[in-house]
Design a protein around this ligand. Sequence first.
Ligand SMILES: [Zn+2]
Ligand SMILES: [Zn+2]
Length: 393
Amino acid sequence: MFSDMIKGCIETHYPKAVAIRHHLHQYPELSEQEVKTAALVADTLQEQGIETQRGIAGNGALGIIRGEKPGKTVLLRADMDALKVQEAAELPYRSTYPGIMHACGHDGHTAGLLLAAMVLTELKAHVPGTVKLMFQPAEETVGGAERMIQAGILENPRVDAAFGCHLWGPVPEGLVCVKAGPVMASPDEFRITLKGPGGHGAMPQITVDPVVTAAQVILQMQTIVSRRLNPLDPAVVSVCMIHGGETYNVIPGEVRLGGTIRTLREELREGIPREIERILKGVTLSAGGSYTLEVFKGFPPLINDPAATALARKAAEKIVGPEKVREAETNMGGEDFAYLAQQVPASFFFVGIGKANAPVIHHSPFFTWDDSALKISAGCLCQIALDFLHGSC
Ligand SMILES: [Zn+2]
Ligand SMILES: [Zn+2]
């Protein structure tokens, strides 16, 4: 039902969505600075006659399409922020701001949801209930989704289900991937300081050398995932930073390490820092010296609701055909849509933008994708919303 109407409306509004995407790509804004992006979003929603709220939790915007009949409420979500990356690809619509780029595809998420808004407005007579269109700030940093939830966007009317998607480089163009259960990880951060005292590089016997301690700690940490966890329980522990020492003949007083812990379960989020601490205690006890450990929790793991995912799968099949809907691979990236999925039944899916011979890598200066993915992302979101509100698939 409705898929032909949706596809027809998408063709009508597609050129406008592409123009918006190119504009956003040329004028990208960093997390918590999405002022002009949010204004463009809100203005576009208002042009469509959509009830619009601005300035939610900073730069968040919300559109509310009230259907002509009563019914449930479904929320569709896009994120708006760009990254500190210098664009390297030669595009006619390349970023005009030095060092800032839409290198994750959030320009496409925003333009795609605006396209869905135009289509759903046109199909309003067929909307029983309400569609909320959530345009959030700061996905890449502080988690704008959580802030918008705290500001009350899931109430008045109460949201019954939430859906969103990511344009996805590892998936080939034309495909849509869905999966029930855990699909993305919790991106937690750790910071470690290993303390000496250091001293003369020629007289290590009267120092405690935090460089050697750091080396032992880093190697020991490789055994957390490989030796301490169930091999069927995915997790990543990566030491991504190591800072210590200034010159060749001084053993430094301290070495700082930093990195990320990725898991799909709350129990591991608690358990892995305890394992890190055990290693720190043991290594510093044997070497002397001391340590500090800080862990900063990021977003929760993203867990897709089975029923919402089944609905998303069937809706996507209507837009791209059953043979082009695949099972998603769980990945250990983080995604703050997870906060929505904690509150209401929700499903987050992936729209392919990958090329056969050249993988499209997110957060890379060469990240680029074809506009036509907008038709698929917007088409799926519209179909999902209508199917959900009609209580059918
Ligand atoms: Zn990103
Ligand atoms: Zn992203």
